[in-house]
Write a protein of this length. Sequence first.
Length: 311
Amino acid sequence: MPDRSGQGEESLCHAGVYPGRDTPAVAFQIELASESNAIAYIAPDFANPFFFTLVEGVETRAAEHGLAVFVVNAHGNREREDQYIGLFERYRVKGLLVASFERLEDRLAEVRRRGTPNVLIGARVVSGKQPSVSVDEVVGGRLAGEHLLSIGRRRIAFVGGPLSVQQVAGRLQGASQAVREAGTATLEVVDIAERTIRAGRAVGHRIVSRDPALRPDAVFAVNDLLAIGIMHAFVMAGVRIPQDIAVIGYDDIEYAESSIVPLSSIRTPHEDFGSVAVDLLLRNIESGAVQHEVFTPELVVRASTSGQPHS
C-alpha cells in the first residue's frame, strides 16, 4: 500500500481538520498511515458553542480508547458536509460522528453500506439501523413554555427557524402543547433563517418597534445565541428584562449565565453528548449494536425570567 501519510496530513489540514488538542502531530501522521485508529466529528456550525462543547466529551472518551479525533466545521453547508464525509471515508477513519441541521439518515446509511460506521448526533432517527444521540426536543420546548406560563406570561413569542429543522420543530411543538393546554395564552411564531446573536438583535429591534400593548410579554428563543441578541436589543431600547418581557433560551451555553441579563435556558448535556456518541460508535464497530440514546433536558432559571410581569 503506498504511503499517503504526508499527502493526507496536507489535505486534511487544508480542509480544516486537525488532530485533537492533546494529540501530537507525529501521532496524527501515524494515525493516517495506519488508517485504523482515528474517528472524525463533523459539526454543523461552531458559531454555536453547543457544538464546540461536544468536542470536549468526544476527545476525552476517544483518548480513553487510544483514538485520535479529527474535527471539522461544515458551516451549515450540505456540500461541504458531503465533502468531509467523503474525505474521511477515503482515509478510512474508524468511524464518523455527524451532527447536522440536514435530514441525514439516508446519506449515513449509504456511508455504512460503504463500510464506515457512524453515529448521528442531535436528531431523532426513523430507521432502527442508525445509531444516534439526541435530546427530547418536545420535552425541552414544553419545559420552556410551562415555565413562562408559570410566571404569569400570556403573550409568548417563539423565535427560531427554519421550522423545517427537526430540532426547531420539536421545540416549537413542545411550547405549543404547553400554551394550548393552558388555554389562556397565545403563542406567536417568528420564523427566521438564522440562529445567531445578530439575528436575535434584529428580531429584538422589531419587537420593541411595536406599540407596547402589542408586544409579547415573554420570548422563547430556540437557542441561547438568539436569546442573547434579543436581550441586547431590549436593553438598548429600555425594555426591562424580565419585568416587561421575560426571555428564555435553549442549550445553556457558557455565555448564558454571564450575558447582559443572566439567561434562563433549557440545558442539554453537552459533554455527555460527546462521550456517549463515542461509546455508541465503538459498540457498533465492535459488535454491530445499534443503540439510540435520548437525553431529557432540564430547566435552568436565572434572572431573565425570575421577575413578575409589569403591571
